[in-house]
Design a protein around this ligand. Sequence first.
Ligand code: PLP
Ligand code: SF4
Length: 337
Amino acid sequence: MSSTDKPDKPAIVPRSPAHWQSSLSHAFEKPSQLREFLALPGEETATSEHGFRLRVPREFAALIDKGAPRDPLLRQVWPLTDEGRAQPGFSADPVGDRAARRAPGVLRKYHGRALLMLTSACPIHCRYCFRRNYPHDAPLLTARAMEEALMAIRGDASISEVILSGGDPLMADDERLAALIARLDAIPQLRRLRIHSRMPLVIPARVTEELAALLQRSRLPATLVLHANHARELAPGVAAPLARLRSAGITLLNQSVLLRGVNDDGDALTALSERLFEHGVLPYYLHLLDRVAGAAHFEVEEAQARQLVADMRRRLPGYLVPRLVREIPGQASKTPI
Ligand SMILES: *Cc1c(COP(=O)(O)O)cnc(C)c1O
Ligand code: SF4
């Protein structure tokens, strides 16, 4: 549109995209480009995306070893042809989200906590994701849907914690988050705010000073739950962003998914906990895989999972051993294994 249409009104100057937004727009979205960047041998990386597109920010791609088709970081994002094999027991909505919907973007499954899904978009597409078969690039909740969501939260006196989720809630920019959090601050029964995001690890520049400041300003104590599955995701570039969040008084936790070929050995899990602690992050959950169609090749048997956690317990202080859980639809909490 031309700015000469209405010469009497000030032109709306688009703000220059923040560094993190430009990172997002330069993410790898074609397997052929990523294969070339990583010098991957073609035979071992045959691919088929099955409706869930590849997306890998360059910051994350830089952490993957070159020429290594079995790299544990690559495996989380590379669409193997295995995704196309139907497996009994693996379905499109394995965690029963549909039944927990209270308003647009609001899921209320567990006592006292409501999940507010700001967007279905993510900076990275994780092949094991239980949302992989949902629409994946829907925009942020519209203003109207957000009003309905906030009304549903305000109207439920039992809710004391709002969990911003998605997709990845840090796809929303700081201005939008600040406005939302101000609204949440004004809901009297709320006592805590939580954010689940992979952003600080996959595009560390997303942790702007403004993000830390707006979380610090809120009357609600904030917790950020990172989703790292492997120690190498906590590269040197995340040290400063995580320190910035800690200085703003934000509690940092991590949850992982136990994934075959990524972190299904005692050394990898122990190294992850040690590395998290070095960055002031405590391990929270280790999830068994949600049995979503397309992710069967990631599954680790429950018996092996128990052994792995027993191994961690022998090697680590108790506070560095995550709780092993599974999400079972209809249960009142995540189910400890
Ligand atoms: C996992 C989850 C939560 C949070 O559970 P915690 O055990 O408190 O971490 C809340 N709501 C939904 C819908 C969830 O899936
Ligand atoms: S960032 Fe989270 S929601 Fe997005 S694809 Fe990965 S696991 Fe799924």
